[in-house]
Each structure stands twice: as structure tokens, then as C-alpha cells.
Design a protein around this ligand. Structure first.
Ligand code: GRF
Length: 190
């Protein structure tokens, strides 16, 4: 399957997916990076990996429908089957949701429905929870509300600071996202 990865930031999950494909742990092709932040680290990672990137600035479009229409155009050009969000800091609108119904997947750094939205890890640490984790889910019009595909839990150790939890969550994500994508549409799909 051909996938497009959407990222707004560092792109460590983008890189983990690229690496899993190179290691033949995931049967897929990253056909496109879509990025709404011209300075994002994900763009350099795409260049190094030889993945084409569509980089855009939302404020240069008159509406979300307008830039999503442009995204859809790019997705079709690259014959993309699935959209994989990896730190795309924006709600997907009805234009894109309709074009890719049930084919948009997101990773979120908490056990949803707990701690949706921004800074999920910070929210969890502040709440003093003893268990948190990572959720992979289909995207709907809400904020981190779509049907859950898979979750992985993690215990917080006494004395873990925010930075420790962030690091541990990312370690889980980098294994768990490629694994789950392989189960969804790779060779060994369930
Ligand atoms: C990840 O923690 C992901 O769960 C969240 O955004 C972060 C993206 O990190 N949605 P990166 O850009 O992949 O390093």
C-alpha cells in the first residue's frame, strides 16, 4: 500500500516508519510527506529518505477546504491509499475526511479517551496517573475521538519527570506505529 505521512514537527515517527519499511518489518511505501510547517524537521528527514514532500502554509489559502483540496490533488497524483498522521497538529476537515473515509489513521500519546488534544503527555503527568500509553485510531471529525485500532499501556515509575515520560512514550510509538500499520494493511494483515 502507498501511504502519505502528515507531520508538523520533528518527524521521529515519520523516520520510524521509513526505517521499518527499510528493515522489511512493514510492507508499504511512503509516497509523500505532507507538512503544514515549512521549518519542520520532518522535511529534512523526507529529503534524506528521498520521499517527495508537499509543504504548504495554511494561511496562504482562503480556507481549510481550499488547502485540503490541494492535499487531495497531491494524494491522488501519488496514488496514496492511506493517510497516516504523525504529529500533524491540525484537525482534519470534512473535505479530506470524505475523500479518504476510514483511510486516515492517527497516533496519540495517551490512552484515549483520556487526555485528548495538545500536550497529552504533560496532561497525564500533571494528573498524576500511574499508567498511560499510546493510542492508534481512525480519524473522524473530532479531536482524537475516532474508533480505536490499538493501544499500548506503559507504567509511570516514581520519580519520572516529564522528559522521561516523553522519551518512553516516543520509544513505544516508534515500534508500535509501524507494527500496527503492518497489521492494518501490510502483508500480515488481520
Ligand atoms: C507524537 O508523540 C505523536 O503521538 C503526536 O505527536 C508526536 C509527534 O512526534 N501525535 P514526531 O514529530 O513524530 O517526533
Amino acid at each position: 500500500k502507498k501511504i502519505a505521512i502528515f507531520a508538523s514537527g520533528t518527524g521521529s515517527n515519520f523516520q520510524a516508519i521509513i526505517d521499518a519499511i527499510a528493515a522489511k518489518q512493514l510492507q508499504a511505501e511512503v509516497a509523500l510527506l505532507v507538512c503544514d510547517k515549512p521549518m519542520a524537521g520532518a522535511i529534512d528527514k523526507a529529503k534524506l529518505a528521498g520521499v517527495p514532500a508537499f509543504v504548504f502554509e495554511p494561511k496562504q489559502y482562503e480556507s481549510k477546504a481550499a488547502f485540503e483540496q490541494q492535499i487531495i490533488h497531491k494524494l491522488r497524483q501519488h496514488e496514496v491509499d492511506f493517510v497516516v498522521l504523525a504529529g500533524y497538529m491540525r484537525l482534519v476537515g470534512p473535505t479530506l475526511l470524505t475523500a479518504y473515509t476510514n483511510r486516515i489513521i492517527n497516533i496519540h500519546p495517551s490512552l484515549l479517551p483520556a487526555f485528548p488534544g495538545k500536550d497529552a503527555i504533560g496532561q497525564a503527568v500533571k494528573a498524576g496517573v500511574k499508567v498511560t500509553g499510546v493510542t492508534i485510531h481512525f480519524v473522524d471529525e473530532g479531536m482524537d475521538t475516532g474508533p480505536i485500532i490499538a493501544q499500548r499501556a506503559m507504567e509511570l515509575t516514581d520519580g519520572d519527570g516529564l522528559a522521561d515520560v516523553v522519551r518512553k512514550i516516543h520509544e513505544i510509538e516508534h515500534v508500535f506505529y509501524p507494527e500496527t500499520l503492518e497489521r492494518l494493511f501490510g502483508k500480515g494483515r488481520v
